[in-house]
Design a protein around this ligand. Sequence first.
Ligand code: HEM
Length: 335
Amino acid sequence: MCDHLSGHRSTCFPIGAEGLAAADLLMGQTRRSTKIHADRLRFVDTLRTKGIYTKVLSTPNLVVYFPVLKGIDPQGIMKESKSHFGKVYSILQDMINERLKLRGVKNDILESLLDYSQSNPSELPIDDVKHFLLDLFAGGLHTVSSTVEWAITELIRNPEKMLKARNELWDVVGGNEQVKESDISRLPYLQSVVKETFRYHPVGPFLIPHKAEVDVEINGYIVPKNAQILVNIWAIGRDSSIWLNPDSFEPERFLNCKTDIKGQDFELIPFGSGRRMCPGMPLAYRMVHLIIATFIHNFDWKPEQGMKPEEVDVSEKFWAVPQKALPLKVFPIKV
Ligand code: HEM
């Protein structure tokens, strides 16, 4: 990735797409088979562009709130959902078929799932491998790339914080080595940048809808059994009774502070909390730190021609995960 970026010094890169490619690589992409690579690109593209995120996952579906409308499907979401997911599953099936011909070439998630499915077909039928892969990629790619894009955006808007993060990397990792997973625990400022990004730009602003199993009383309010619960962590992250200067990007607030993102500190729960919290958190934690660290350790990033750092756009649009309304485009300058 660094070689790819270094070779295009005068090119303006969409950092979100670079983050997506890096996340895809870290999630075990195999480039040994161009067919599998092409299938994965087709898969990511289908998820991104063909309305799965934009319509199927992002539009509130009236059928959920008024089940009586199920047969009518007034917004056509169920019909579209069937058609889009049909395409996605067929791409995943192609990837599985291709790998079945190439067993043992690579030791990755797909290989492990196929091993398990073949030795325990009743526990993990091949059909469930497809669903598992969809959860993995749909849940894991854009969440990570969007977090990376927001972090780099905020660091570009705050050059002194970018410098602080890079200096820490140079002190701890040095100039000749690439940052490794084992370095993360020795990079408190980088960890603070990531926590601050999760606070300020959570990719799941309402988590995933939950349902009350029983009547519950909270602060004098009754939440009735079966009510759908949306937890507004976006608002919690910007609540001035919890955070000092909540509308400003200040990683320093997390230095020497015990608040963590593991679901125990309810003021910061970007991965949710409890039994249904994000199962990908340990992987996501490593991916987000490694990608951001690699980007800023190796490159200084300059905004598009003529744009001052503070002019870089920070407006949001809601698209399954909230995205930057304008993708961040930046020039990599090798440091
Ligand atoms: C920055 C990265 C990520 C963030 C911020 C994130 C956040 C979340 C959140 C907020 C939820 C809902 C939790 C709840 O409602 O209580 C969730 C669920 C989920 N995430 Fe992630 N996630 C990330 C990366 C990943 C990755 C890398 C994977 C897989 C490799 C993944 C797989 C899933 C799955 C399968 C669920 C559904 C769990 C369930 O319904 O029980 N996520 N994630």
